[in-house]
Design a protein around this ligand. Structure first.
Ligand code: ADP
Length: 442
């Protein structure tokens, strides 16, 4: 970027230098031409004066004056265009000059000038012609070669000046680029502590985005680390139990058949717990990864709730809880598996965190273009301070109760994931000791 800005600025500087130079040369050339013509005019007038006061024109013809040394040529032309006298050439050999523009102009208006290639000498020449009192035309001319020579002589100085300007531009460009890029460099260097950065207004949105991304990246790294630690811890407890009971049996520490049945039951329970945990962890990581492409289809949520409720009937009876359902056919775009997981997790929680003779009601309705699923219980409720956190992985209000009822602490995390895949909204109303109502709007 620095190189690019440098090159572009230098390019602009070079272009500016060249254009300035060309314009200067053009203006100087024009001024020079004017100056030469002015000089020629003065010289012509002087010669004319001298010639007429002292009758010198004829004399000049007889005794050629060496004016040519100054690059000046004088020609006297009759009214008819015949060359009477020329300081440089033999006038006898010169053609009629009445067709020369400066001569024509001089005859018509008293004076005239032109720059053109001389027919006699084949060189670019300045001509100035004036009409004398005697009616003849006095023409003074100078070859343009002398002008070119001046420019050639000036070239080295022009070159040096150009180089000097270029060098100054290069230094300024370098400094400018550095000061332009400094805020950007600062941003890169101090991205973490955003208050310290003074930068361009235009960069602020980018900085904000990067900082936001950084923060969420850090958060997700932290969540992952916590998750790994939690998973290890959660897996360790049942495994330790299994290992302990197995060791007791192995060492023959079991007195009778009743004990062995009890120990086997414990091993079985803990192994099941491990399986449930692992299943939930696998499911979460599946929902986490974007690679698993689920094919969404039109699904009747009412059917799903019906199946879940009848599946959980036995479980509810065990907890002395009454589970029922209500509503109408309502269709959502999803997968059967995800909808079953959603309804199952919500209803299962409503049963497990309920009271003796408590009630659970699941309903499905269509309301103003939305499908609304509600799971309501009159169980133990969730204290306000925990309500925001229960969707976190492994977060439980009462760890003992969750574990004793077969909870993994991952159910609501899975629910949250499923909802985010459907852009569905969750509303929760809960009061400790009175019950919980969770409403999901598709
Ligand atoms: P768990 O497997 O422990 O039930 P969840 O993720 O399903 O894990 O729920 C997290 C926590 O939220 C539970 O441990 C429980 O404390 C609380 N909770 C969830 N649903 C209810 C409910 N219907 N009534 C009261 N507490 C609930």
């Amino acid at each position: 970027m620095k190189r690019k800005i440098n090159i572009q600025l230098l390019g602009i500087a070079t272009l500016a230098i060249v254009i300035t130079l060309l314009l200067t040369v053009a203006i100087c050339y024009q001024l020079f031409i004017n100056q030469v013509v002015d000089d020629l005019r003065i010289q012509a007038h002087v010669i004319c004066r001298m010639a007429y006061s002292e009758d010198l024109v004829r004399e000049l013809a007889e005794t050629p004056v060496n004016i040519e040394q100054d690059g000046l040529r004088v020609t006297l032309i009759s009214e008819q265009g015949e060359v009477l006298y020329d300081t440089g050439e033999n006038e006898k050999l010169m053609s009629n000059h009445s067709d020369r523009p400066e001569v024509k102009e001089a005859l018509a208006q008293g004076e005239g000038w032109e720059v053109r290639k001389s027919a006699t000498r084949d060189k670019n020449t300045f001509y100035y012609a004036m009409k004398t009192e005697g009616g003849e035309v006095l023409r003074v001319s100078q070859e343009a070669g002398s002008i070119l020579r001046i420019f050639t002589a000036a070239l080295p100085s022009i070159g040096i000046i150009m180089l000097f300007i270029f060098a100054v531009c290069a230094i300024i460009t370098h400094m400018l680029t550095n000061s332009l890029l400094r805020p950007i460099k600062d941003v890169t260097a101090h991205l973490e502590n955003q208050e310290d950065i003074v930068t361009y207004e235009e960069l602020q949105p980018l900085i904000d985005t990067i900082q936001k991304q950084n923060a969420s990246l850090l958060a997700s790294v932290k969540i992952r680390q916590d998750f790994t630690a939690n998973v290890s811890h959660e897996l360790k407890t049942p495994l330790t139990s299994i290992s302990g009971y197995a060791e007791l049996i192995e060492n023959g520490m079991v007195a009778d058949g009743e004990d062995i049945t009890r120990f086997a039951k414990e091993i079985h329970k803990n192994a099941n717990r491990l399986l449930t945990l692992i299943n939930d962890i696998i499911r979460l990581s599946e929902l986490d990864s974007d690679e698993t492409e689920e094919v969404f289809e039109k699904i009747n949520l009412y059917d799903i709730v019906e199946t879940c409720v009848s599946m959980l009937q036995l479980n509810a009876e065990k907890h002395h809880v009454e589970i029922s359902m209500n509503g109408e056919a309502a269709y959502v775009y999803s997968t059967r598996q995800m909808m079953e997981e959603l309804v199952f997790n919500l209803c299962d929680n409503a049963i497990r965190y309920n009271k003796e003779n408590g009630k659970v009601e699941a309903t499905v309705w269509n309301r103003s273009g939305k499908v609304i699923l509600t799971v309501k219980d009159d169980g133990i409720g969730i204290p306000r301070e925990h309500q925001d956190r229960i969707f976190e992985r492994f977060y439980r209000v009462d760890k003992g109760r969750s574990k004793s009822t077969g909870g993994t602490g991952l159910g609501l995390a899975i629910v949250k994931h499923i909802l985010s895949k459907h852009n569905a909204k969750l509303e929760m109303e809960s009061e400790a000791g009175r019950g919980t109502q969770i409403r999901i709007l598709f």
